[in-house]
Design a protein around this ligand. Structure first.
Ligand SMILES: Nc1ncnc2c1ncn2[C@@H]1O[C@H](COP(=O)(O)OP(=O)(O)OP(=O)(O)O)[C@@H](O)[C@H]1O
Ligand code: SF4
Ligand SMILES: [Mg+2]
Length: 356
């Protein structure tokens, strides 16, 4: 996909945070939350972003919608330079790019009625009469399966799933083209989760919305995404069609995510042992040199500590950033997993979680 067909297009986007090490300390740490990320989202598409906690998923989504500013890079939304927009233009773009956050308990002010909560983005945007606002709120509520009798109620009396429906209605009320869903079902129980994911899919079919869908759970991301990007320490290490990334993955880190995912591995050929990566993710304050995954990667070679591997794409758009596997198409999916499982440097666990 090129920038002219993409709804949202990021090129070379980076974002760091500077934090003080101690309360009164002088020492400043620089956190490389998002590091030189390029990606496209087409209209009506779901791009899933998956990675461990701290890999930069939320920061990437926030930067992509310009809720926070990038340090470097360019962002185009619907053919326009998002970073050049200001004032009224930026407010207009913000209506067309909205957000659903993880926790429906903290993202709804308990003192407000449903009508005020869902209508707030329209009031902020201006330009609609109170009567129009009410009609749009009712329309958004209906879309998420709530009747107008909830208008005067406050969030307190609603279940987690209903609250998340209210949050989704609020994200839809401005009729956006893109919604950034940041772990939208992580706080919900399993059956509610399935219903909310089904609702998001229905809304997409009805309205042609695009989603930037972030989760640490590969199973959830695979269930909703057309394409998946895998993040590790601020960088995208693999991206491609959802089925390809989930089943014909080519990056050792993606293989570890698939192996650890509770969803059954469809290509698991009877070798049921999970891969467990050694150690915790390194700190984004001092990311490892070369390939940031090298201290944990059983396939690492000397070059991996020195040179950062670029994302290399197959003709079908499946791209992998790895010195060893990117160009060797035999090292995909179950074959890569088998290779990793055979590595003596891997910790291996049985399905019951007992080290072998
Ligand atoms: N406002 C901030 N100030 C300082 N550091 C931040 C800030 N926001 C994020 N970070 C750091 O940037 C890195 C990426 O954080 P981010 O929240 O984007 O990760 P994430 O992948 O969304 O993680 P999670 O799955 O836990 O939500 C982390 O190391 C985090 O501590
Ligand atoms: S580049 Fe090297 S360290 Fe990084 S994932 Fe590939 S083999 Fe492992
Ligand atoms: Mg997050």
């Amino acid at each position: 996909m090129n920038a002219t067909t993409a709804l949202l297009s990021l090129r070379g986007v980076s974002r760091t945070f500077t934090t003080r090490r101690a309360l009164l300390g002088r020492r400043l740490d620089v956190v490389h939350a998002v590091n030189d990320v390029s990606l496209d989202i087409a209209a009506g598409e779901t791009l899933g972003i998956v990675g461990e906690s701290g890999s930069g998923k939320s920061t990437l989504g926030r930067v992509a919608l310009r809720l926070i500013e990038p340090d470097r890079g360019t962002i185009e939304f619907d053919g326009r330079d998002l970073l050049g927009a200001d004032g009224r233009d930026l407010r207009r773009e913000r209506q067309r790019m909205t957000v659903i956050f993880q926790d429906p308990y903290t993202s709804l002010d308990p003192r407000w009625t449903v009508e005020r909560l869902v209508g707030e983005p329209l009031r902020i945007a201006g330009g609609t009469s109170p009567a129009d606002q009410r009609d749009r709120v009712v329309e958004a509520l209906r879309r998420v399966g709530l009747e107008p009798d909830v208008l005067t109620r406050r969030p307190r009396g609603f279940s987690g799933g209903q609250r998340q429906r209210i949050v989704i209605a609020r994200a839809l009320v401005t009729r956006p083209k893109l919604v950034f869903c940041d772990e939208p079902v992580s706080a919900l129980d399993v059956s509610t989760r399935a219903r909310v994911l089904g609702l998001l899919r229905e809304l997409q079919v009805e309205t042609g919305l695009a989603y930037l869908f972030v989760s640490h759970d590969l199973g959830v991301v695979e269930a909703v995404s057309d394409r998946i990007a895998v993040m590790y320490l601020g960088s995208i290490v693999e991206v491609g069609g959802a089925e390809t990334v989930a089943q014909r993955y080519g990056h050792p880190y993606t293989a570890a995510l698939v192996s650890a995912s509770p969803a059954p591995d469809p290509l698991d050929r009877g070798a049921k042992r999970r891969i467990v990566l050694r150690g915790d993710p390194p700190s984004p304050i001092t990311p490892p040199s070369g390939c940031a995954f090298h201290p944990r990667c059983p396939l690492a070679q000397p070059v991996c500590a020195v040179r950062k591997p670029p994302l290399r794409a197959d003709p079908d758009g499946h791209a992998v950033a790895c010195h060893r596997t990117a160009e060797d198409r035999r090292l995909r999916g179950a074959d890569l997993l088998d290779l990793l499982r055979g590595e003596p440097t891997m910790n291996l666990l049985t399905p019951e979680g007992t080290p072998t």
